[in-house]
Design a protein around this ligand. Structure first.
Ligand code: FE
Ligand code: FE
Ligand code: ZN
Length: 276
């Protein structure tokens, strides 16, 4: 069965996200752990989480993906900004244990002119500071489009971060189809080769989630502007090949397309229809 959902607002809590997911025929979802611009997190209400779990268990919702605020920069030049990213992510990992066994995705960071090697070192240092042996959450590095000084612009950079992480069983990758397309990986004409390259460099066992997005820009644009499914330069046919690919088809897919709930419902129905 295709496991698919979309990004949902977390402002009303877990049970509300579960209900929103069911209302659009999703069986998973992604949410921000806190305001995406990095503000203080809302207190987690155990009774709300409890109700969510009851709802999820009886309706087959699983494999949640939390997304860190995208303003956190583990590779910042200013030590106080790095400290803020570290403390926020460490707090998020504590909060993730209310919903054990899921994944937590983050943008590796921007090296802001210090160079990719320095960025890779700072990001892996942060991971080694915050990952703990007893956590049940897998932390995912997101593949980035390579705009500005983003680290994680190709599979090699992610591999170099992963190699320096001590707790190897706590780290994985989330592949964003818009980002890798913008990063120059031709998933329209050479999907098999891209997947083989991922396997050779990082290893498919690290791949835990897919952000399924079309792109407003052509291959290699390094822009990161998501388009609705079938309305961008990747196109419906290529995205249908992604969800059906033997190496990917059992992963959870999360839409981050520019939609409200009704638009997400249509995309989910469309993709389910094309899932063989
Ligand atoms: Fe992201
Ligand atoms: Fe993404
Ligand atoms: Zn993006």
């Amino acid at each position: 069965m295709l496991q698919i959902g979309c990004h949902l607002s977390s402002s009303k809590g877990y049970q509300a996200m579960g209900k929103a997911a069911l209302s659009i025929n999703a069986n998973t979802f992604q949410f921000f752990t806190r305001n995406p611009r990095g503000a203080k997190a809302k207190e987690i209400i155990p009774a709300d989480v409890e109700k969510y779990h009851t709802l999820a268990d009886s309706n087959g919702i699983s494999r949640l993906l939390a997304h860190a605020p995208y303003t956190l920069n583990a590779a910042a030049k200013d030590p106080s900004l790095r400290e803020f990213a570290k403390n926020t992510m460490a707090d998020d990992l504590v909060r993730m244990e209310f919903t054990p066994g899921n994944c937590y995705n983050f943008h590796p960071g921007s090296h802001v002119g210090q160079g990719a090697d320095m960025g890779i070192q700072l990001i892996s240092d942060m991971l080694n500071d915050i990952l703990t042996p007893h956590q049940t959450t897998t932390v995912l590095l997101e593949t980035m489009a390579g705009k500005g000084t983003e680290v994680g612009r190709n599979f090699q950079e992610l591999k170099e971060i992963i190699d320096r992480v001590e707790l190897q069983d706590k780290i994985g990758v989330c592949m964003d189809t818009c980002h890798i397309w913008d990063g120059g990986y031709d998933i329209v004409n050479h999907l098999d080769e891209v997947i083989t390259e991922f396997d050779n460099i990082i290893g498919l066992h690290r791949l835990k989630a897919i952000h399924l997005n079309d792109s407003m820009n052509p291959l290699g644009a390094h822009k990161d502007r998501h388009a609705k499914i079938g309305e961008g330069h990747i196109g419906l046919d290529a995205l249908v090949r992604v969800i059906n690919h033997p190496a990917l088809r059992n992963l959870p897919f999360y839409l981050e397309t520019p939609n409200e709930l009704d638009g997400y419902a249509k995309e989910i129905a469309l993709l389910k229809e094309h899932y063989k």
